[in-house]
Design a protein. Sequence first.
Length: 287
Amino acid sequence: MSSHPFTTNVAPVMVTNATTIEEQLASLIRAIEGLTKHVQEQDAQIARLIHKADNVDASHIMGKQVEAHDEAEVSTKQRYAENDKSAKELQVSSDGLIPVDQLKEFIEGTIRSKIEGSSKSSLTYSKPYTPRIDSLKMLMGYQPPKFQQFDGKGNPKQHVAHFVKTCNNARTYDDHLVKQFVRSLKGKAFDWYTDLEAGSIDGWEQLEQEFLNRFYSTRRTVSMVELINFHQWKEESVIDYINRWRNLSLNCKDRLSEAFSIEMCIQGMHWVFAIFFKESSPNLLKN
């Protein structure tokens, strides 16, 4: 008697790529329908085998039945293993039903594995640039220069300009800048960099655009009134005050002339220093 191979059309039971409970339940329903159809097909094929084996002795018939059931069971287990080796198999009864407790356990296990998988992947750091960028070599004897640090505040365009200039001075150009950019970041900007999708950056222009999209929109806009009312703190040095004023003025939405900027900066100083800069050395602020 010739044997007929069993075809398996079972929908994958494990929903490894589902991102929401709704998607998981929808996939589960499809899996149950596939399992039910698969069991029915198995029963029909077994019945046909038994019918064709009417003239064979009973022991031979039983052997074929066991063989058919074993083949179906192995096929089903292999399909489960391909989707998730660690998952428990759903036990389907002869009438195509799945016990409620097993169904509940399966759903909980699927959701749990998804959550655990997400948490594990989030704890693992991967380089945000592609293997092509990673394979780029720096010049022989290259020494990383000292970069200005950007912490997510201030003007991101100016930071990019400083970074590119510093790299160019060290004879580093184009896509070679990608791997060096992290050296110029700290605080929230560094956090942003480490959270970039692995292998998602394949060029300097792309990284620059991602950076500006993230931080230029969060840049605080400063009004002219705020600059006019800006003053030196009680025990603050003149240098610290000037640097603080300059950093704030970079975010001013209005274009300021150099002379007017110097005048506003001096106006916010302690009166002693204000008189000194106004009467003695007004050009010092230009430097």
